[in-house]
Ligand binder design. Structure first.
Ligand SMILES: Cc1cc2nc3c(=O)[nH]c(=O)nc-3n(C[C@H](O)[C@H](O)[C@H](O)COP(=O)(O)OP(=O)(O)OC[C@H]3O[C@@H](n4cnc5c(N)ncnc54)[C@H](O)[C@@H]3O)c2cc1C
Length: 300
């Protein structure tokens, strides 16, 4: 068994920023990269809202830069998945059979957007017309017609936001009323740029190089709806299953925090695994910095 000062679980914006800060504090952090090295941003072609890149930057390149920056200061990387963890003893068990004990741990395991699992969805995901984030990608659809899928608060919020750029926003909802709060639903229903298609199910996303239309089923009738963008707003799943029963999670599985601290001494948290509100690269990075500073103070 190996012993480590600081282990960071996850190599997205939160984990890699924590790695840069931890390494610069001379802690030689060990970053566990997981099955998605670089995290969610590696799924997108273009990031326009990360400060410091006025022309935008490719998501993969941004994450590669962050990794190199951490490595340059002494962070180490292990390409494995944490299969099991004992948060009390701070023992981590990896999928290659190896295990380590850490003095402090930063959890930065992120979240995964819920998908519809229909044909075309994966093919056009990330820069080709299918998105899970209006804040990130809304400006790419100026004066275009787009579709939002979902019926909760986030679907209503995303649709409202998109009307700032788009000529028309359709909300596709499988029920005959919103799950969203009344105030959000009322705003959407009063917005002349939004049309809600009730009792409607998406069955296929179609296009050539980019999305051109979506196939829908309403009761027994199928039809094609032309659109340039499709925003999935059906929720996210935080990657926190391995911590269940050992720490406080909310009803959706997000880790409950007080700043960067969890309810367990020496265990810190950052990024989308504890943030159901903002889910942005920059907020995850900021939380990663805070978690590393807190871990450094704890260790000293
Ligand atoms: C297609 C797409 C486009 C986006 N575009 C933008 C944008 O333009 N601007 C913006 O600000 N935000 C954007 N976002 C959101 C942004 O990517 C996230 O907010 C951000 O990546 C969150 O960072 P994170 O480090 O918290 O988690 P993630 O990026 O989700 O990273 C989680 C990490 O944890 C690892 N992991 C998980 N479980 C384990 C385990 N058991 N063991 C070891 N490792 C594990 C994974 O391998 C991964 O490395 C986009 C998201 C998507 C999906």
């Amino acid at each position: 068994m190996d012993f480590e000062n600081l282990v960071i679980i996850g190599s997205g914006c939160a984990g890699l920023t924590a790695a840069i800060y931890g390494a610069r504090a001379n802690l030689r952090p060990l970053v566990i990269e997981g099955d998605q090295p670089g995290g969610q941003l590696t799924m997108t072609s273009y990031v326009e809202n990360f400060p410091g890149f006025s022309e935008g930057i490719n998501g993969f390149e941004l994450m590669d830069n962050m990794r190199n920056q951490g490595e340059g200061f002494g962070a180490r990387f292990l390409s494995v998945i944490v299969e099991r963890i004992n948060l009390k003893t701070k023992e981590l068990f990896f999928n290659n059979g190896q295990n380590v004990v850490a003095k402090a741990i930063i959890i930065a395991t992120g979240a995964a957007p819920r998908m519809l699992n229909i044909p075309g969805e994966r093919e056009f995901f990330g820069g080709k017309g299918v998105s899970t984030c209006a804040t990130c990608d809304g400006t790419f659809y100026k004066n275009k017609e787009v579709v939002v899928i979902g019926g909760g608060d986030s679907a209503c919020e995303e649709a409202q936001f998109l009307t700032r750029f788009c000529s028309k926003v359709y909300i596709i909802h499988r029920r005959d009323q919103f799950r969203a709060s009344k105030i959000m639903a009322d705003r959407v229903l009063a917005n002349p740029k939004i049309e809600v298609l009730w009792n409607t199910i998406p069955i296929e996303i179609c296009g050539d190089k980019k999305v051109t239309h979506i196939c829908l089923r309403t009761e027994n009738r199928e039809r094609e709806l032309p659109c340039s963008g499709i925003f999935l707003a059906i929720g996210h799943i935080p990657n926190t299953k391995i911590f269940g029963g050992q720490m406080e999670l909310d009803l959706e599985g997000y880790i409950m925090t007080q700043g960067a601290h969890t309810s367990i001494p020496g265990i810190f948290v950052a990024g989308d695994c504890c943030d159901c509100h903002y889910r942005q690269a920059i907020t995850a990075a900021g939380m990663g910095a805070a978690a590393a500073i807190s871990a450094e103070r704890y260790l000293s």
